[in-house]
Design a protein around this ligand. Sequence first.
Ligand code: TXA
Ligand code: MG
Length: 382
Amino acid sequence: METKLYVLNNFISTGIIDESEDRLIREASRIIAAGGLCAFPTETVYGLGGNALMKEASRHIYEAKGRPSDNPLIVHISCMGELYPLVKCVSDAARRLADAFWPGPMTLIFDKSELVPRETTGGLDTIAVRMPSHPVASRLIKYAGVPVAAPSANISGRPSTTSGSHCMEDLDGRVDAVIDAGSADIGLESTIVDLTGERPMLLRPGAVSREMIEGVLGVSVGLDAALKGPLADGIAPKAPGMKYRHYAPKAPMTLVTVAPKGEIAGGDAPRTELERIAEKIAELIREKKGQRGRMALFCSSECSDLLKAGNVPLEGIDIKISGSRDQENGLKGIAHGLFDNLREFDADSVDYIIAEGYSERELGTAVMNRLKKAAAWHIIYV
Ligand code: TXA
Ligand code: MG
């Protein structure tokens, strides 16, 4: 199949969708409405969109991604009116979260209505729904006139796609079209909150943090088992997708981070989290230095500066700066480039990756969730 590529150059440079681009979005929306597949930008990551009400379209999505069909799809809407036909009921908690964070990077789980085929929900009686804020996504869904099922637009098991070129890398020849609108703002998939049980549960951390959700609901939000560590045999995560090996670069990765207790004193002066992490990374580098294979380091600019200042032998190491720990922007820069960096490690054919960890609060929780999975839970706590 030939994949049509719609590049929205004016949007990429100005953030405004011009008339000709609007026509391209309409063309893409007709592909989706008719049962075809089109990858499109959202503010989190790119999605691989199909008509959520057509079984066949959902089947094709699984096929194109090489994704197991028991892993349900997120259904995207463009306004609240589109939610009601898809679900049994909208609880007060759901309404409050939707008011606070939609359109935006949050997905809510509801009991599904009869309208939605089980193929779309991976055989479940529940449905994940999200209203994205990206203007291209929002128009595409509105023009399609149907809810749009869209998993992340990557081949199953690879890091999610955060640009049109990532989508082409993974899906060229496998889907009808790709809309390229530049790089995705957030770079990590949406927060998933399950509201179908007694207690609200966080199934996947994202840019809408657990703290923000608790702030709106006024109750504590539970953490699904899949977020706490590798799952024991026989235990299924609530979000079926969280059980699959994900975001994993081909080379083994070791994540160095602090146990979530904050700063502890070491030696004469208290040392920061970063100093402790950098010291362990330096030790690993020295230990691995004589071994064969290409070593890679994935760290913040601050960590790399510390290593250089400590005369750690860095020559020959593939160093990718994940971003800055700078407090003002939090970890936004690191989240934004995360999947792109992980994809590059594969392209560089490295043999072993050491990655720096970050504090698990706010967006840091989402960044660390993806890093832990990329490291297949191989974590050294310092
Ligand atoms: O940011 C995002 O959420 C992106 C963009 C495209 O919107 N989409 C995305 O979809 O990340 P995907 O398919 O890669 O991840 C969906 C996750 C999976 O872990 C899946 O198991 C979970 O959502 N999920 C979907 N429906 C569910 C349900 N009914 N109950 C529990 N988990 C569900
Ligand atoms: Mg995905």
